[in-house]
Design a protein around this ligand. Structure first.
Ligand code: NAD
Ligand code: DAU
Length: 336
């Protein structure tokens, strides 16, 4: 096994990155984490506040800044790369930052890892595989051809290809994971589940795109963290692993579960304009990760994970309130 003691976590002030930092601090006392984060609209230093200063250091900066990487990367055992522009709707409204951070940023990190011989784990998404029909029994595997639909997913696909090329051509020691939709604490209110919870808390009706039958494969973010740690420490260089927890659900089912858990009527929501190019269904077959590396998800009861998440948003209004108004103003402009 690979036993890193000094890692960089890019995007460690975002949703999944900060949950990963908490996971490492709680479960791997020998590891020091340097968070490298630009603090975009999606990055919030509060997400890692209160963690022991001796264990976690925040460097505010851009992964596209090669000079900064030259100073920060040396001396670390590994880079765990979460930093990205992550929201599909934003990528449709303005794709440019997605090209810069997701493609150029990954390129810069690869160059730094090559120069200083540092291992890289690249965090990617199941969206690189495009979508499946609702009635298709198939799920995505590591062999599914790339067929991304959105500006966001096309830039993530490009970043995966760069990682594979740098492994093969330059011998960079890298692994890749492609995970399904995460939920849990610290998720930005632009995303589906937190948007609907905080709308209900605000007395505003939730907003459902299209016909509401699109399917996402939900995984608790803590299970994503344990999977990334497993791949970082036990994964084989050059390999890709799909991460998923058999959590397929239609959007309308998820929304009705939120409404029920929050004491609302099942039809107390608004149908809004569909997302252009909206992927129909995602579904992950994570057999390789389970079989080869022995990983298992722990949060297999979606309803209880969802209820805990609702409670977290109820108890952390001061965390989400500052970004709520601007987020809803953006959606209103798009008719969503
Ligand atoms: P997020 O938008 O919540 O957080 C992204 C973080 O990256 C923020 O802290 C932001 O400040 C930082 N960042 C953005 N541009 C940067 C730059 N140029 N330099 C340094 N830092 C920068 O994203 P998330 O939902 O936590 O997703 C994290 C990663 O996981 C992404 O790579 C995403 O593609 C992938 N992923 C997400 C999901 C999901 O369901 N959200 C599922 C699978 C994979
Ligand atoms: O599959 C992994 C991907 O999951 C990650 O790569 C992305 O970073 C992450 O944002 C997520 O992408 P989605 O587009 O699936 O997530 P989002 O939360 O934006 O939307 C989930 C579903 O809910 C999608 O079918 C669109 C729908 N939706 C979304 C919003 C914000 C609504 O119906 N209403 C809404 O208000």
């Amino acid at each position: 096994a690979f036993c890193p003691t000094n890692i960089i976590v890019t995007g460690g002030c975002g949703f999944i990155g900060s949950n990963f930092v908490h996971y490492v601090v709680e479960n791997h006392p020998e590891v020091h984490v340097t968070v490298l984060d630009k603090l975009t609209y999606a990055g919030n230093p509060e997400n890692i506040a209160g963690l022991p200063a001796g264990r976690v250091e925040l460097v505010v900066g851009d992964i596209c800044d090669a000079g900064l990487l030259d100073r920060v990367v040396p001396g670390h055992d590994a880079v765990v790369h979460f930093a990205a522009e992550s929201h599909n709707d934003n990528s449709i409204a303005d794709p440019e930052p997605f090209l810069r951070t997701n493609v150029e940023g990954t390129f810069r990190l690869l160059e730094a890892c090559r120069k200083f011989d540092v291992r890289l784990h690249h965090v990617s998404t199941d969206e690189v595989y495009g979508d499946l029909a609702l009635d298709d029994p198939a799920r995505f595997t590591e062999e599914t051809p790339y067929r991304p639909s959105s500006p966001y997913s096309s830039t993530k696909a490009a970043s995966d290809m760069l990682v594979r090329a740098w492994v093969r051509t330059y011998g960079v020691r890298a692994t890749i994971s492609n995970c399904s939709n995460n939920y849990g604490p610290y998720q930005h209110v632009e995303k589906f589940i937190p948007r609907q919870i905080t709308n209900i808390l605000d007395g505003v009706r939730p907003k459902l795109y299209g016909d509401g039958r699109n399917v996402r494969d939900w995984i608790h973010t803590e299970d994503h963290s344990s999977a990334v740690w497993t791949i970082l420490t036990r994964g084989i260089i050059g390999e890709t692993y799909l991460i998923g927890a058999d959590g397929e659900r239609s959007n309308i089912d998820v929304l009705r579960a939120i409404l029920a858990a929050m004491g609302r009527e099942p039809d107390d929501f608004d149908w809004v304009k569909d997302r252009p190019g909206h992927d129909r269904r995602y579904a992950i077959d994570s057999a390789k990760l389970r079989r080869e590396l022995g990983w298992e998800p722990r949060h297999t009861d979606f309803m209880s994970g969802l209820e805990q998440t609702i409670t977290w948003y109820r108890e952390h209004e001061s965390w989400w309130r500052p970004s709520k108004e601007a987020t809803e103003a953006k959606y209103a402009k798009q008719g969503q």
